[in-house]
Unconditional design. Structure first.
Lengths: 147, 498
């Protein structure tokens, strides 16, 4: 399995706990860095907390949309605007499947859009599939924060 | 003033005076001519008589050459002041005696002229032979008379004639003044009436008829004409009044309508603005619901499951059962939220009209249902070639809901059958989806399409009660109508128009 880290951008601690549990229950042991809002996410990628990730970029970013301070779409925009993170795989993982969010997400360059199911069993299933797909099956682009 | 512009009274008077004047003039002229001629004749005759008498009396003087007697005789002519000259010639044609004694020159011809009386150089002259009765000629008497007597008489009759003419003309003038009235009066009356009509536009006046001559006929005709004009005028005024009333009425109505329209427009504009605001609010609300309302449900469901997995040993059967109920409820609420969001989306969605193949769509949905539940055997009868104009995505939601309902409610039927086809309704084209499933009581038919209205319990048939509300909203947004017929355990039929 890809040893890369997962950057989980999620403000709801319940969702964080459930996501971590879901990943763990399927033996996805990759380190998960949690950013509690958009500003933190950008900090991890570009700013003061960037060293938390070391020189490596995460293998995948799981991005919620409704976030305090800087919302998910803006975070995605900034990721795509930066030469170093332009190709970074970003999966939108959010409560809503409002059509306009889906369209805007893909327009801004999201690699995938997954709606969080209410049913925790289904949610666990979704987390498992995501982990398997993005960490195992998917061939990530050769990205480095410091080219 | 030109003659043709004269008032008719003056014209008639002038005409009458002119005619009578002319007649008088001609008569007087004829009379004067005749008098002149007869006066001259009478004067000549008188002179010749006088000549013959003097000649007869002078025979002795001539025969005896007594010139004193002759002069005496001639001087008797003094009594007639008009005799200007008298000369007695002897047999040889020499002047024998003359009157007056001093007379010379032209008035005394040197020798006697031919016998007879004639007018010469403004004088009446005459040569009268002096003869002894029935024998030889003794000499010639010459008489010259001026025409004073003629002129005096003539002048007098001229004065009388002129006086008569003046009186006659005055009489003619006065008479014509009176008589012209019989002609001019009706004409003037007509003219006055015509003036009244033209200046006052008063067609009710009538010219008075003064006789039954041609003017009377003219007056009658004029009055009749006025009568007709008055009638027509009245009719015209009436229709004008009517027209004006209509116009005023029309104007008032147009104003009213315009006002109404303006108000309606205004209220429409307000409604549109309100609707827009409501839609925007609904949009924000739906967006918030879809993001924020589901998150706590996930937490409830998630941690219930965590409890069930991690703490199963500490829980008894009732505790586990409770947690299952919590999970079921939160999942059900998730579905409810999803359905409500769908309903809201249908309300907000913009309708894009296109040709839609309803038969093909129904077949797709039937196949999908069959795929999802392969163990069920449902007979689908879908009429081919059904088309409509509308929004394909929304119409798919309609057919999906109706066919899915039929699929669901025929679950307990041994030979389930679902039908989609055309039907005639109220003279128009409609569609129907019919099944032989659980049906419903017509008593509750009006509740079918209400949000969260269900005719079956969740235990019998699951559902949220939002589907048919969504269907009805889509149909309404297409300007169509939906209604249903059914009976308990006899199946249900849903009709809709687009």
């Amino acid at each position: 399995m890809n040893p890369g880290k997962i950057l989980l951008v999620e403000d709801n601690p319940d969702d964080v706990a459930l996501t971590l549990r879901a990943l763990k229950s399927h033996n996805i042991t990759n380190e998960v860095i949690v950013a509690q809002d958009g500003a933190q996410a950008l900090d991890y990628l570009f700013g003061a907390k960037a060293n938390a990730l070391g020189d490596e970029l995460p293998a995948v970013v799981l991005l919620d949309l409704k976030l305090p301070k800087i919302n998910g779409m803006e975070v995605l925009q900034r990721i795509r605007a930066d030469e170093g993170t332009r190709l970074l795989p970003v999966v939108i993982l959010t409560s809503s499947d409002e059509e306009r969010d889906v369209i805007e997400g893909y327009s801004l360059g999201a690699n995938s859009y997954v709606r969080k199911p209410v049913d925790f069993v289904e949610f666990t299933q979704a987390a498992k599939q995501l982990g398997l797909y993005w960490l195992l099956m998917n061939r990530a682009p050769p990205v480095s924060r410091r080219p | 003033m030109a003659l043709r512009d004269w008032p008719i009274k003056r014209k008639l008077t002038a005409m009458l005076v002119l005619i009578s004047g002319l007649v008088l003039l001609l008569t007087s002229a004829a009379f004067a001519g005749y008098q002149y001629w007869s006066l001259r004749r009478a004067t000549r005759d008188a002179l010749s008589v006088r000549g013959r008498i003097i000649a007869a009396n002078s025979t002795a003087s001539l025969a005896f050459a007594n010139d004193a007697d002759a002069r005496e005789l001639l001087s008797a002519l003094r009594a007639d002041p008009h005799i200007v000259a008298a000369v007695l010639y002897d047999k040889g044609g020499h002047v024998f005696a003359r009157y007056p004694a001093s007379i010379v020159g032209d008035l005394v011809p040197a020798a006697p002229g031919p016998d007879g009386y004639r007018f010469e150089r403004g004088l009446l002259i005459g040569f009268q032979p002096v003869e002894e009765t029935g024998s030889q000629r003794l000499g010639t008497l010459y008489l010259a008379s001026d025409l004073g007597a003629v002129y005096d008489t003539f002048r007098l009759s001229g004065v009388i004639g002129l006086a008569v003419m003046a009186v006659a003309l005055l009489a003619a003038y006065l008479l014509s003044r009176v008589l012209q009235g019989t002609i001019s009066q009706p004409i003037l009356a007509l003219a006055e009436t015509a003036r009244a009509v033209s200046t006052r536009q008063d067609y009710s006046v009538r010219a008075s008829r003064l006789g039954s001559d041609e003017l009377g006929v003219l007056t009658d005709a004029f009055n009749q004409m006025l009568g007709r004009i008055e009638d027509q005028n009245r009719a015209l005024t009436q229709s004008q009044d009517e027209l004006q009333r209509y116009a005023a009425d029309l104007e008032r109505r147009v104003e009213e309508r315009t006002h109404e329209l303006k108000e309606r427009n205004e209220s429409l504009r307000r409604n549109a603005a309100e609707l827009l605001a409501a839609n925007t609010e609904l949009d924000a609300f739906a967006y918030s619901v879809s993001h924020d309302l589901r998150a706590p449900l996930r937490t409830i469901d998630g941690f219930s499951q965590v409890l069930l997995e991690d703490n199963a040993a500490q829980l008894d059967e009732a505790g586990r059962e409770s947690l299952h109920r919590v999970r079921a409820a939160s999942q059900r609420m998730g579905t409810l939220i999803d359905d409500l969001l769908k309903l809201a989306r249908v309300t907000r969605a913009e309708i894009r009209t296109e040709d839609v193949d309803l038969s093909g769509m129904a077949r797709d949905i039937a196949a999908e249902l069959q795929r999802a539940t392969p163990e069920r055997q449902v007979e689908f009868a879908i009429a081919p070639g059904l088309k409509a104009r509308g929004d394909a995505r929304l119409l798919r939601v309609v057919l999906d809901n109706l066919l899915r309902n039929s699929w669901k409610y025929t679950a307990k039927q041994p030979a389930p059958r679902v039908e989609f086809g055309p039907v005639e309704a109220n003279g128009g084209e409609a569609f129907m989806v019919r099944d032989n499933g659980a049906g419903f009581d017509m008593k509750y038919a009006d509740k079918l399409f209400g949000v969260f209205q269900r005719l079956h319990s969740a235990a019998e048939f699951e559902g949220t009660g939002v589907g048919l509300a969504t269907v009805r909203r889509i149909i309404n947004r297409h300007g169509g109508r939906i209604w249903a017929e059914g009976a308990v355990d006899q199946g249900a039929t849903f009709y809709f128009t687009l």
